[in-house]
Design a binder for this molecule. Sequence first.
Ligand code: MRU
Length: 362
Amino acid sequence: MCLGVPVTDDPAPPDTGRPEEIVAIGWDDAAGAVRLLDQTLLPGQTRTRVVRSTAELVRAIAELAVRGAPALGVAGALGVVLALDEAAREGWGDTRRDAAIDAVRDARPTAVNLAWGVDQVRPLIGQGSDAVLAAARALATADTAANRELSRRAADWLLERIDRPRLRALTHCNAGALATSGWGTALGVLRELHERGRLELVYTDETRPLLQGARLTAYELAAMGIPHVVQVDSAAASTILRGLVDFAVVGADRIAANGDTANKVGTLGVALACDAAGIPLVVAAPWSTVDLTTEDGSGIVIEKRASEEVVTWAGERTAPPGTAGFNPAFDVTPARWVSAVATERGLVEPARGTTPRDLSGT
Ligand code: MRU
């Protein structure tokens, strides 16, 4: 799907040193710029967007050229590098530089990782751009390692509870390598099960209105050779209640201290259906997505996106002129319907009363 984004100068994927892996975001030393795999164009076109300024980065985040909570964390950290370089280039003072950093930090409100990424590297500003870049790169490396660890933990938990040779899964939105620094969270769990020979089939919700499931998750599952089908979001409850899946696994944009979880709108419906069917809903996320300063889901700001995303299709209006779209990008699943939150620090079972808060000292 093309969202009207100007396509870049450069069709090559980011140089990651790991050509076998999809990499959503990185720093290009030669260009002195951020390189994004432009997710507005996938799966039809694999194009890189070269981002040279904080204003361009804010636009790329708002347009979802880079998206997914952990990838946004890296974008936030690299945004600070861009701001420092821009300040040096343009002769900005500290006030202008800090405003540019804040604009990146606030580009989307729900995924806590974006602000987290900025805040992790901001204290290093006094040490210069190279020090900030090194810290941003370290965040990305740590994110991939976290995703691998949480995937192992979630897979172990599922296999201890579900007595089938190969499991059937449902996922919503995209929480794969495209949404992270690498490996993925919810998709990382599926990848882990697949590598253990324990995954039968993945039902992928298409994820209206921007189709992250149909466009991005299916793209990743296909690349990994994982058997999958795409279904309309409104099929999910029936698929679950008909007994076609053994569990659902999703990523998260923000997990409150009590386990309430914000994720792509539609996740709550999946959770309710899982509860009714008596199957687990697993939330897979790195610790950077846990926000212990937010006590519960009532404190999570839900991004409202443009009406047009809902009332148009492929550039054509679907609803009558004058009808507005209601477009919350996320919803909050209360902890009582979250069977497990798997992080690299450990796994808790909010529906049974253990919460992310319990992992804070680990
Ligand atoms: O609007 P998006 O595409 O950024 O929403 C992404 C999601 O909701 C993901 O499930 C979440 O960020 C976790 S990504 C590992």
